[in-house]
Design a protein around this ligand. Structure first.
Ligand SMILES: Cc1ncc(C[n+]2csc(CCOP(=O)(O)OP(=O)(O)O)c2C)c(N)n1
Ligand SMILES: [Mg+2]
Length: 1012
């Protein structure tokens, strides 16, 4: 039976052009195979077949305009698929049924509650803050205890919830409590015990503590300017050690490995452990913070400088937490797309309590809960201090964080008190100890640990008679020994165990510690701890004694490292533990296979002229990506990332074609389900639609761009954003991406100060290329024509994903529509595009006066138009160069210049700019849609007069024409300034420029645009 395939609902568009026919007559096709590509002035989209069968005839050809319902193909199909548009999808049917039954329930409830209302006797409200009926209270509490005893915590929780609901429905105003008491979340009875040898673990931990501190002190003794931190790791040593000995599984050939984000300035502790593990030697420890010569150790986790060690850059506060959340999310994305196995891997992130004040630290915790990231564990080291002083002197950071995380839907585990407190808490029959704990603020807690046991007795336990009595049999020394949860390996183990087993939500372990733990008077719990990097001999002796480090006084005076023999029980234990957990952490490796760059012919259609058809480079890019989705190697590896701008960039066709990633699939029928570009969310969706969240989108880009090392699978992230909301918005993340050697594409769309006409000041980017140029491994381009884009993109794929070069690409695309010519025949053109410039046009009719024009982006077109006017009206010849990257040209120039200066006796090399322009005639004029600084970058490499035009100043909304006039980069200004330059060079008379000024109504008294 022959069936007709018609154009489906394509939304608001009509008369849309067919740009590709993807099937042939006689071809067997399957349902959903794309048959034609259509393109409006904003986007291109493939039409899939709704039938399977043989193509009998094709009724459209390239260039035809089609609308909804037009006939495309006829297909002979043995089993025509009945149109199911009238059938209600199963999911929808269920939803309707659910909704109907809940409506019914509600109305029933309403009837009964109305009845009750009528019979309601008047209630005399009993008010009072205290307990007005202790007998009644104790009956309720006893009932609750019985329930806990008989049916357990869960049942008790359920009943309380029901009671609260009931009270709420009866009008009781129950204040929202986001906090639990200031005690540990896990009761002693539920603590899972570690099977580790606690004595040996303490000895190992003490050695790590010592060596970490010794490394910092030695470096600063040698060079006091080097700096470093002792206090942070001192507070976190137990938190790390328990993880290293018992929880964090390394990557090996059987398992993908857990991913651990270490707190940046706790790095000395990681080096000290690696030293005991035999991964680093003394010489390397002695090169802490001396990275210029090979082998030095980075101040902080920097994968760029220690590419086999560090995995994640974290030291810029706030980046770690956000990157970790998106890493965990990305891990689930890879699993749900079937690209990696679900092995129960975890992402752990270690954070400072001061760091939690960064907006980025908390900014994505909602996403983590929403996406049920139970593969994510935050550990917040609450040592109550940051750099200058207490994090919350007048409050309690632990309680504050608990509230925030609980509110967001996280599983919160507080580890506040160590085991020595357990008997006291068990004996706190009156509740006064917990009351005191709740009432004491962090400023007091900090001060107490900077004093002694007597002070704690007086200030803390002395508050109430009940608490005073509780510790009456304890000595001041005993009181001093009452430890904090984060320093107690038992408590930490129990917390990590529970966190690792939690299902359905992310976990945060909030651990209370002491900053500078063990540093004594020199740095324990004092406001200056953070910056303590020198310890005098007395402090070192104290530190040695405090942790029983087996060093003689003389060895302490020499600040020697301590490493037990290879066969010592400590080293054997430490190594055994790591072997059991699969290897060492941190370690950076990659076993990812390269992706073969697609054949040139995928890009061929972009090398032909578009004729009269106009399109923007953004649209050309989207067309190209659509083509790439047909390449079997590249397609599955592409990770399109968009912060709620798909429709701006004409990418909505991707929704149906490859789906939007949603871990829950799609629980609703989308409003536009009948349309071709319907909003399709699915579990295996490929597009990361991040919502309005550039920092999150960039974090996803970094996760995907480092997939080759963290998941051993090479992926191609392509993040498209409004270029103004790119580097300047997420600049710090861009550096983190560079540091972690992310590979992928950043696309600054709607770029340029004047190409984005109506949007105004805060949208118009005239400097992103300059910011891009500051990142050494960022390769950036500002192409004008579609073939340039194709050449650049293909080379990017080859360099990054086939040859595994650790660079990333920043490409700007515009939203200005214009026709695109075919690639010039000149064989060196492609090389020029990649190097940064090539000659695109020449006017040489008169052979009298000549000028060189260098342009990039859309301003190149203004130059071409200006040059034509100069030729026609002023008989001036010119050569026009398309500059695809001033940044790349400058890099080449710098390198060549340096070579020549270092080799004064050798024949000088020529920069690429010089090679292009050295022998040309006439002065040079360069322009772009960016600040003049952009083109000025190549001034030093040009031995001719050089003038630049650009868009310096605040953007503003107006028409493109008016904007270009305002910033003086339109063809009229190019002609006028061109004539003026030639006059200044005494190649023509000045009257021509004066005439042009008059002709084009240029106001010579108008102030510089930077002043307006
Ligand atoms: C974005 C950023 N701002 C400032 C700093 C400088 N800095 C480094 S550590 C630190 C204090 C950190 O306190 P906290 O997070 O509580 O960590 P702790 O050392 O107490 O564990 C500051 C301000 C930084 N590294 N990053
Ligand atoms: Mg802190």
């Amino acid at each position: 039976m022959t069936e007709k395939l018609l154009v489906p609902d394509i939304g608001d568009f009509e008369n849309v052009e067919v740009i590709e026919i993807l099937v042939e007559k006689g071809q067997q096709i399957e349902k959903n195979d794309p048959v034609v590509t259509i393109e409006s002035d904003k986007s291109s989209v493939e039409i899939p077949s709704s039938l399977s069968g043989k193509v009998e005839s094709i009724s459209v050809k390239v260039g035809d305009k089609v609308s909804k319902g037009d006939f495309l193909l006829s297909i002979s199909s043995p089993n025509p698929i009945s149109s199911s548009s009238n059938d209600v999808p199963k999911n929808t049917e269920n939803l309707i049924q659910e909704a109907e039954s809940s409506l019914k329930k509600n109305s029933e409830q309403k009837i009964t509650s109305e009845k009750v209302e009528k019979e309601k006797p008047e209630i005399i409200q009993v008010v009072g803050n205290g307990d007005i009926d202790p007998l009644e209270t104790s009956e309720w509490l006893e009932s609750l205890s019985d329930v806990i005893q008989k049916d357990g915590n869960e049942r008790a929780h359920y009943l309380i919830k029901e009671l609260i609901n009931k009270a709420y429905m009866k009008g009781a105003n129950i204040p929202y409590t986001q906090n639990t008491p200031y005690i540990n979340t896990i009761p002693v009875s539920e603590e899972k015990k570690s099977n580790g040898d606690q004595n040996i673990e303490r000895r190992i931990r003490s050695l790590i503590r010592w060596n970490a501190a010794a490394m910092v002190v030695r470096a600063n003794k040698k060079f006091p300017e080097l700096g470093g931190h002792i206090g942070t790791f001192a507070s976190a040593a137990t938190l790390y050690d328990v993880g290293m000995n018992h929880f964090w599984r390394a990557k090996n050939n059987k398992f993908g490995g857990d991913l651990v984000y270490f707190q940046g300035h706790s790095a000395p502790g990681m080096y000290a452990r690696a030293f005991l593990e035999g991964r680093l030697n003394e010489k390397q420890l002695d090169s802490f913070r001396q990275e210029v010569n090979p082998g030095g150790l980075s101040s902080y986790p920097h994968p760029w400088l220690m590419p086999k060690f560090w995995q994640f850059p974290t030291v810029s506060m706030g980046l770690g937490p956000m990157l970790a959340i998106y890493q965990a999310r990305y891990m689930k994305y890879l699993i749900n797309r079937g690209l990696i196995k679900d092995e129960g891997r975890k992402v752990w992130a270690f954070l400072g309590d001061g760091e939690m004040d960064e907006p980025e630290s908390l900014g994505a915790i909602g996403l983590a809960a929403r996406e049920n990231l139970d593969n994510l564990i935050f550990v917040v080291n609450c040592n109550l201090q940051r750099l200058d002083g207490p994090v919350r002197g007048n409050g309690k950071i632990i309680q504050e964080l608990e509230g925030i995380f609980r509110g967001a839907g996280w599983n919160v585990i507080k580890v506040i008190w160590g085991s020595y407190w357990d008997p006291l808490l068990a004996n706190d029959k009156t509740g006064h100890l917990v009351k005191t704990m709740n009432e004491t603020v962090d400023g007091e807690y900090q001060a107490m640990k900077a004093r002694d046991g007597a002070y704690v007795r007086e200030k803390f336990f002395g508050k109430y008679t009940e608490t005073k009595d509780l510790v009456s049999s304890l000595s001041d020394k005993d009181i001093w020994r009452l430890n904090r949860g984060g320093h107690d390996p038992h408590k930490v183990f129990a917390a990590y165990d529970k966190a690792s087993k939690n299902i359905g939500s992310p976990t945060v372990v909030i651990a209370k510690t002491i900053k500078g733990y063990g540093m004594g008077k020199s740095g324990e719990s004092v406001n200056t701890t953070h910056q303590t990097k020198k310890l005098d001999i007395d402090d070192l002796m104290y530190y040695r004694d405090r942790f029983d480090v087996p060093l003689t006084d003389q060895q302490v005076k020499n600040i020697e490292y301590y490493k037990p023999d290879q066969n010592s029980p400590e080293i054997k234990y430490l190594k055994e533990k790591r072997i059991k957990l699969g290897g060492f952490i941190p370690e950076r490796t990659s076993y990812a296979k390269p992706i073969k760059a697609p054949p040139k012919d995928i890009f061929d259609n972009m090398k032909e002229s578009t004729g009269k058809k106009e399109m923007s480079t953004t649209m050309a890019l989207v067309r190209m990506l659509t083509n790439l989705l047909r390449d079997k190697n590249v397609a599955p590896r592409m990770v399109p990332i968009i912060p709620d701008e798909a429709r701006t960039f004409g990418m909505e066709g991707f929704f149906q074609k490859i789906g939007i990633y949603a871990h829950e699939g799609q629980k609703y029928e989308p409003e536009d389900s009948a349309q071709l570009s319907s909003y399709k969310e699915e579990k295996s969706g490929q597009v990361l639609e991040e919502g309005i969240n550039e920092a999150g989108a960039m974090s996803s880009w970094i996760a995907a761009g480092t997939s080759y090392t963290n998941h051993d699978i090479e992926m191609i992230p392509i993040y498209l954003f409004y270029s103004m909301f790119g580097f300047q918005r997420i600049g710090d993340f861009a550096w983190a991406g560079a540091d972690s050697q992310s590979r992928g594409f950043l696309i600054g769309a709607t770029a340029g100060r004047t190409t984005l006409a109506g949007e105004g000041l805060q949208h118009q980017d005239g400097h992103s290329h300059l910011i891009a140029s500051t990142i050494p491994n960022c390769v950036s381009y500002d192409p004008t024509f579609h073939y340039e884009l194709a050449v650049i993109f293909r080379e990017g794929l080859r360099r990054m994903h086939e040859k595994k070069e650790n660079v990333f690409y920043y490409i700007t695309t515009m939203n200005e529509n214009y026709p695109h010519p075919a690639i010039p025949k000149d064989k060196t053109c492609e090389e020029g595009i990649l190097k940064g410039m090539y000659k695109i046009k020449e006017f040489s009719k008169y052979k009298k006066t000549k000028i060189q024009f260098l342009g990039s982006g859309t301003i190149l077109r203004e130059m071409m138009a200006g040059a034509e006017i100069l030729q026609k009206e002023y008989q001036i010849d010119s050569e026009i160069w398309s500059v695809t990257s001033f940044n790349e040209l400058r890099r080449d120039g710098l390198e060549v210049e340096r070579y020549n200066l270092l080799n004064p006796d050798k024949e000088p090399k020529k920069s690429y700019v010089e090679k292009c322009l050295g022998k040309t005639e006439g002065p040079i004029m360069a322009a772009s849609d960016y600040m003049r600084m952009n083109s000025d970058q190549i001034r030093p490499y040009v031995n001719k007069s050089f003038y630049s035009l650009g868009t310096d100043g605040f953007g503003r909304s107006d028409t493109r024409k008016n904007l270009r006039n305002f910033f003086e980069v339109d063809k009229e200004h190019i002609v006028t300034y061109g004539l003026s330059v030639l006059a200044k060079e005494q190649l023509i008379a000045s009257k021509y420029a004066k005439e042009a000024i008059k002709k084009y109504k240029i106001d010579i008294n108008k102030p510089m645009p930077t002043k307006l």
